[in-house]
Design a binder for this molecule. Structure first.
Ligand code: SF4
Length: 439
C-alpha cells in the first residue's frame, strides 16, 4: 500500500468533502490505512484512478475457489499479526482422493469427509474442499472421475496433476464449478496457463525456492493469468515456517506483488504432517491439502483454526434468551449466565449432563464472560432483572428462586432486592453444576 503522501499526489485536491472526509489529505490517510475506498472520491480522474488502483489493491490477492454457497475465499489478508486487527479468511482444509480408487472406496472416502464435522461454541467446523488427484495417468479416466465426484459432493474441488492434457479434460468438464488447478511449475508452465485461461480457473504455481516462485508468478502474469495460489513446497517444518513467513512479510510489509497471493501447502501423513499443519494454520497457510486426516487430528486443527480466525475484538455471542434444559416445568429452578458463547455452551453442556430440568436465562453482556462482565459493569442486578422480565422467565419458572454463578456471589443481596427472588449461590465453576443441582 502506498503512503498517504504518495496517494495524495494523485487526488483532485478540491477539498470538497464529498468523500465524507474534510480534505483530500485526510482521505489519503484513510485510504493508506485501508479505512476508505478509492470509489469514495467521485472526482478522481481516470489517470489518478489507474495510478492508485494498483497501490490500493489488497497486498494479498483474493482468490475464490468453487461457486455458490460453498465457495472458498482465500487471501485478501492485511495483517502480519492477528492482534493488529484480525485474520479474515480461515485457512481451508482439503482431503485428497485419487482417481484409481474403486467405486466403493470412493463412496467411503466421501462419506468420511462428510463425517469430519464438529460443532463447537455454536459454530460448525468441517472440511472445505476435496482435492482430486490423477494417479491413473489416464486423462479420460481422470475427467470422468472428476465429473462423478462433482456430481456427488457440493464441496469445491482442487484438481491435481502435472499433465496439462489431463488437467484440460478434467477442468473443462467442470469449469462452471471453478476448481483450483494444482500442478503448474517450471516443467509445464505455459501449457497449464493455457488451461487456466481457457476455463477461467485459478492456478497453483509451485517452485522449490522463493526467488524461483516469484519469477514464475511474473511469467504466469505475462501469460494472462492473474488468479494464482503459491505452492512453496516446503519439505520440513522449518522450511514451512520460513517460507510462509517470508511470503507474508514480503506481501504485507513490502507490498511485493510477486508473492502477494494465498499459500497452498501439501501436508504429508503422520506426526510431522500434524506439526506442519498446525504451524500452517497459525502462520499463513491459506489451503492445506491432506494426504490423510484422521478425525483425532482434524478436530484439534479445526479448533485451532477457529481460535486463530475469530475476531479478537468481537467475542462470539449467543442470543440472549430463556433456554429450557432437560424439559423443565413451572417447578424447575431458574439459573442465569452470560451470552459469551464459550460460557454458554459450557454451562449448557453441564446442565444437560445433570439431567435435572432447569430454565437458563442468558443475559446480554455483549459477549463477555461472567466475571469480566461483572467487572465491566455489564452484568448488574438491573440487567439480570430486565433480562428476566423481557423473556417472561418468572411466568415459566414459578419456584421463586434464582441460582446465580458462584463467581458473582456478591450480587446476591442486590439481586434479591431487585427481583424479590430467593437467591441461591451456585458453584464457582460450571463443572460443579451437575452435583450441585442433583443435591
Ligand atoms: Fe478530495 Fe475527492 Fe474527498 Fe473531494 S471527494 S475531498 S476531491 S478526496
Amino acid at each position: 500500500m502506498a503512503t498517504a503522501i504518495e496517494i495524495f499526489k494523485h487526488l483532485p485536491k478540491k477539498n470538497c468533502g464529498d468523500c465524507k472526509f474534510p480534505t483530500c489529505l485526510a482521505f489519503a490517510m484513510q485510504l493508506a490505512n485501508n479505512k476508505a475506498k478509492l470509489d469514495d472520491c467521485p472526482h478522481l480522474s481516470e489517470a489518478g484512478r489507474n495510478a492508485l488502483a494498483s497501490s490500493s489493491a489488497p497486498p494479498i490477492r483474493l482468490i475464490k475457489v468453487g461457486s455458490g454457497k460453498n465457495a472458498v475465499d482465500m487471501g485478501d489478508e492485511t495483517e502480519l499479526y492477528r492482534h493488529d486487527k484480525r485474520f479474515f479468511h480461515p485457512v481451508a482444509f482439503a482431503l485428497r482422493i485419487a482417481d484409481d480408487l474403486g467405486e466403493d472406496d470412493l463412496y467411503k472416502r466421501l462419506s468420511y469427509v462428510r463425517s469430519l464435522r464438529f460443532e463447537r461454541v455454536g459454530q460448525v467446523l468441517k472440511m472445505d474442499l476435496l482435492e482430486l488427484e490423477c494417479r491413473s495417468g489416464d486423462a479420460d479416466r481422470f475427467a470422468a472421475f472428476v465429473k462423478k465426484v462433482a456430481s456427488e459432493s457440493e464441496l469445491p474441488l482442487v484438481l491435481r496433476t502435472k499433465d496439462a492434457a489431463a488437467m484440460s479434460a478434467a477442468a473443462n468438464a467442470i469449469k462452471e464449478k471453478r476448481p483450483l488447478l494444482h500442478g503448474a511449475d517450471a516443467s509445464n508452465l505455459k501449457e497449464m496457463c493455457v488451461v487456466a485461461k481457457s476455463c477461467a480457473c485459478p492456478l497453483t504455481v509451485g517452485a522449490d525456492d522463493l526467488n524461483g516462485l516469484a519469477d514464475m508468478v511474473e511469467a504466469v502474469r505475462k501469460e494472462g493469468v492473474e488468479d494464482m495460489v503459491l505452492d512453496p513446497r516446503p519439505s520440513s517444518l522449518k522450511e514451512l515456517l520460513e517460507r510462509c513467513t517470508i511470503i507474508r512479510r514480503s506481501a504485507i510489509r513490502k507490498t511485493f506483488r510477486g508473492l502477494g497471493y494465498p499459500i497452498y501447502l501439501s501436508i504429508p501423513a503422520g506426526r510431522d504432517g500434524m506439526l506442519m499443519a498446525s504451524t500452517a494454520v497459525m502462520k499463513y497457510g491459506s489451503l492445506l491439502s491432506f494426504e490423510e486426516l484422521p478425525a483425532s487430528n482434524a478436530l484439534p486443527l479445526m479448533v485451532l483454526r477457529q481460535n486463530i480466525y475469530t475476531d479478537p475484538q468481537v467475542p462470539i455471542q449467543v442470543k440472549p434468551d430463556l433456554y429450557p434444559v432437560n424439559n423443565p416445568g413451572p417447578d424447575a429452578p431458574l439459573l442465569f449466565t452470560t451470552n459469551f458463547s464459550l460460557t454458554f455452551f459450557t454451562v449448557m453442556s453441564d446442565l444437560e449432563k445433570s439431567k435435572v430440568p432447569v430454565w437458563l436465562q442468558v443475559v446480554d453482556t455483549e459477549g463477555l464472560s461472567v466475571l469480566t462482565a461483572y467487572s465491566a459493569g455489564k452484568l448488574t442486578s438491573e440487567s439480570v432483572k430486565n433480562a428476566l422480565q423481557s423473556t417472561g422467565a418468572l411466568e415459566r419458572s414459578k419456584k421463586g428462586t434464582l441460582v446465580i454463578p458462584g463467581m458473582v456471589a456478591r450480587m446476591a443481596v442486590k439481586l434479591n432486592e431487585a427481583t424479590g427472588l430467593q437467591i441461591i449461590v451456585g458453584p464457582k465453576e460450571s463443572s460443579g453444576l451437575p452435583k450441585f443441582l442433583r443435591s
